[in-house]
Design a protein around this ligand. Structure first.
Ligand SMILES: Nc1ncnc2c1ncn2[C@@H]1O[C@H](COP(=O)(O)OP(=O)(O)OP(=O)(O)O)[C@@H](O)[C@H]1O
Length: 594
């Protein structure tokens, strides 16, 4: 669910969501029909056996004549074998398609998540996305492989079985029907109650996954502040809530099963009562009564299962609603219909022209008319109070978000008129928190561009002063990130810089790469930055005076606008607000006077 509250979609919405899976079923419909036919055939074999028992009892047994007994017994054995073989065939036919549909759904979800804007990920808890990608899709696989087919086949078997019963004896048929009808009614009523609980449990599962994920990712913070207990308590509370929902689910299903067990037994008792009197009266044979009771017993599974299969269908419908909620989230940052191209030799001239920006779902604008010109090759440091919109502004150049007013241009072309791949080959972004993936150093750096060669990676590492990688146990092949070797903050930053420059961009956007580093590490990264910033146009968010020092000019952001632009020393000499701002930064302004 989104970071806002969960909700219970209408039943029709759930069913419509389930129907949308049809597109995924179409390619494998042959196998699905084969699987359904196999299981129906298996049930027909099972239903035929009581009729042969009737023939044996009313023929060879009643007339003490065994001439036809052998072929009747052989036919029963053949039908029994056929029932088993066909049941096995169902499983063989459906296993491949159901798992491939699950894989395809998961693949499409993953690709969609990659294309969704940052604004979507800001709103959604990752645990909710995880539970949709894992447990909801498993529910859908189970539905496709099992409940979907059995719901159809069991209903058909029930109809055929009741017809057989009516043919054997209309009264036996009526008794079975009188039991099956309320049973299906009760099942359906319970099933809608169950659906509400199923959705709640699925959402609670997602919330629980979020807590686990957050506490694993934030384990250092929790330990440092001794707050592990706090999150553990929250986990226990959420887990208890989930347990309560699961118990209510069990209670609901338990009541359903009580009805499922008692009603067919009553029907069989009724059939025996009627049959016994009818046999005594001579209006029914023993064979007919035994066959009738055998058919009624055979119909117990198709009857009993309908409610449960409907509950499974509902659970699958809920899972599919949750799946489509993510898949339907609009990809708002897309390629334009007719992309323009940049001049052959991109110069990296970036202009913000009266740029306005408000986050989705908020009325208040963070940026209210930012105008700034970054000349080709120059480095501009962006300073401003915390929360003034610096990070927001940097996101607009590489279209991690789109302006809500005005425009951003690169070499005179509105960034929204460029194909995203073209734009991002020219504009590279490095973030304040250098994220490394569980992969080799080489793969982490090469992630910065498509088709990076060995030489590109080597050069990028050199530019970013990341020579330390050659001293790692396996050099650039050393696995880093969560499942690999831990690196220091400064080392991580330099790899993030190498990733930013590997595609030789003409524009670099850096969200303060020096913040959160200690003095020694800062010096290493600063050295790297000086290399990186030659020959590119750069917009660098500065939280520290030492970052400001790297820039040719400084732009100050306040009240959603650029309120001053100039060299560091100019601003320091002439702008009171700039001096005040610098004094709130980590170091004293006097230390950084150029
Ligand atoms: N996803 C979001 N949804 C809504 N508002 C947001 C979102 N991200 C940031 N904001 C708000 O936008 C404003 C600007 O945030 P931004 O992160 O751009 O500031 P900043 O100048 O980079 O801050 P800092 O110096 O602390 O990093 C803040 O008021 C912030 O609360």
């Amino acid at each position: 669910m989104s970071k806002t509250q969960s909700h219970q979609p209408a039943r029709s919405t759930n069913i419509a969501a389930l129907r949308r899976l049809g597109a995924y079923l179409r390619p494998v419909r042959g196998r699905m029909i084969g699987s359904g036919t196999a299981v129906f055939g298996s049930m027909i074999c099972g239903l035929t056996i009581p009729l042969l028992i009737q023939r044996i009892l009313d023929g060879p047994v009643a007339h003490r004549d065994t001439t036809q007994l052998t072929w009747l017994i052989i036919t029963i054995a053949a039908l029994g074998t056929g029932e088993a073989v066909l049941f096995y065939t169902r499983r063989r036919l459906i296993a491949g398609p159901s798992t491939s549909i699950e894989a395809q759904l998961r693949d499409d979800l993953y690709h969609h998540l990659q294309r969704l804007p940052i604004a979507f990920h800001d709103r959604w808890q990752s645990g909710q996305l995880l539970s949709r990608a894992v447990s909801d899709l498993s529910t859908l696989r189970r539905f496709i492989a099992f409940a979907f087919i059995f719901l159809i086949v069991n209903t058909l078997t029930l109809v055929v079985g009741l017809v057989v019963l009516f043919v054997l004896s209309p009264v036996l048929g009526i008794i079975s029907l009188a039991c099956a009808a309320p049973l299906i009614l009760i099942s359906t009523l319970y099933e809608s109650k169950y659906a509400v609980l199923a959705r709640r449990a699925q959402d609670q599962n997602g919330d629980l996954a979020t807590i686990v994920e957050e506490s694993v990712l934030g384990v250092r913070v929790l330990k440092a502040f001794g707050r592990g207990r706090h999150l553990a308590d929250r986990f226990t509370r959420e887990a208890k809530a989930l347990r309560a929902t699961e118990l209510r689910k069990v209670h609901t299903v338990g009541l359903l099963w009580a009805a499922i067990i008692v009603l067919p037994e009553i029907a069989i008792a009724g059939q025996l009562l009627f049959g016994a009197f009818a046999i005594v009266d001579g209006t029914m044979t023993v064979g007919t009564l035994v066959a009738g009771v055998a058919v009624a017993t055979y119909l117990r599974w198709p009857t009993d299962s309908i409610g449960w299969l409907l509950a499974e269908t509902n659970q699958a419908a809920t899972a599919s609603t949750r799946y489509w909620e993510v898949r339907d989230a609009p990809v708002t940052i897309t390629d334009p219909p007719a992309p323009r191209t940049l001049p052959a030799h991109a110069r990296g001239h970036v202009r913000f022209e009266n740029v306005r920006f408000a986050y989705p779902g908020t009325d208040e604008e963070v940026l209210r008319g930012v105008t700034l010109d970054l000349r080709p090759g120059e480095t501009i440091a962006l300073v401003g109070a915390t929360g003034s919109g610096k990070t927001t502004l940097t996101a607009l150049v590489g279209r991690l978000a789109d302006v809500t007013g005005g425009r951003v241009t690169v070499d005179g072309v509105d960034v929204r008129d460029l194909a995203l791949a073209d734009l991002r080959s020219v504009v590279a972004t490095a973030f304040e928190e250098p994220v490394l993936f569980s992969a080799s150093v080489r793969e982490n750096v090469a992630l910065g561009t498509t088709g990076a060669t060995e030489d590109d990676v080597r050069q990028a590492l050199q530019v970013a002063s990341a020579d330390f990688v050659h001293d790692l146990p396996w050099g650039v092949d050393t696995r880093i990130g969560e499942q690999g070797l831990s690196l220091s903050g400064g080392q991580r930053q330099r790899l993030a810089l190498a990733r930013a420059v590997v595609g030789k961009p003409s524009v670099l956007v850096l969200d303060d790469p020096l913040s959160a580093l200690d003095v020694h590490t800062e010096a290493e990264v600063e050295h790297a930055l000086r290399n990186v910033l030659t020959d590119v146009t750069a917009l660098v968010v500065a939280h520290r005076p030492s970052t400001v020092q790297l820039a040719d000019r400084v732009a100050m952001l306040a009240d959603g606008r650029i309120t001053a632009v100039g060299s560091h020393s100019e601003l320091l000499a002439t702008n009171e607000k700039y001096r005040a701002l610098l004094s709130t930064m980590d170091e004293e302004p006097s230390e950084v006077v150029a």
